[in-house]
Design a protein. Sequence first.
Length: 367
Amino acid sequence: MAKEKEEHYRLDKILAHKAQYYMIIGERSNGKTYAILEHCLKEYVKSGYKNEFCILRRWQDDFKPKNSMQMFAGHIQNGVITRLTKGEFNSVSYLGGRWYLAFVDEHGATTKKMQTPFCYGFALNDQEHIKSISFPNIKNIFFDEFLSSNYYLPDEFVIFMNVLSTIIRLRNDVTIFMAGNTINPYAPYFNEMGLKHVKNMKKGEIEVYTYGDSGLKVAVEFSDYYGKKKSNIYFAFDNPKLTMITGVGGTWEIAIYPHLPCKYKPKEILFTYFILFDNEIFQCEIVSTNDMTFTYIHRKTGELKDKGDLIFDLVPNGKPNYVTNIYSSGSPVVNVILSFFKLSKVFYQDNAVGESIRNYLQVCMRG
């Protein structure tokens, strides 16, 4: 049992930084969620069953009984509940977005259950239902799977802050944990929280951010995996997209995007426009060469000088050459630009550029 614990992620290193926010990113199934939940369970039992905690997810559907019943399955199976409570409880019961400690006998019957929950489940897309409720005993907040490969709620960071405000109120004794798989290097949380170096972190690194004299501290860890996955043989195909599943490399899970099909000369550039997104500038060139017409997108080196070129920027700008949403412009020029995306005639400097543009287009589609 001790050997198995050493093979999975541990919170020791990041907790040593004594922050208010602990953000942990890394490959799938390396024990991030398990470790955080075990820590919160320990805090609850150690406090004499007083310091409750809550789990945040993006969607209310994540708290359907069939999903939520499995949240602590590993802790039950590994005897964590039994060990922490010294045999008083050995299982968990779930009802209506709340988890309760329970004791289940050898026949599978629940013979004992705590009257008060040790954990609550809240969804960001259902925040209105908790605004008028007080949770004075919650000491740990865990936002699980905060990174998404496809969809973030409009103004999600503000919603997240509102949920925290509802739970914390005027207290200063609450700790926030955030865990996510490295499935998408774009996340509104990185920008909103001023986490400038997350995308360039290496496995095992911890970055600590402070904010002036506020006393606020955010610790970010790119979690390493200490063990050896015994089932990698099933995923040994020569496919870079599988690295997040197997844990090989520990990189961000991004798709493979088409690269430049041929070299071209400056005189073969028909039109140039720019996309400003996620603190980067992308130069987009419509090219006609060798009987091919396509768009090539690459990072712009140097400062963007506004000379009247068409610029796409999510931040509203009153200048006539700026467009906020590429899908809602309706101008003939923008329609031509979009036609290259629709016909799959867009090529990218590298996969990271392709992923950034995909995220930009998704944000625009959500309006």
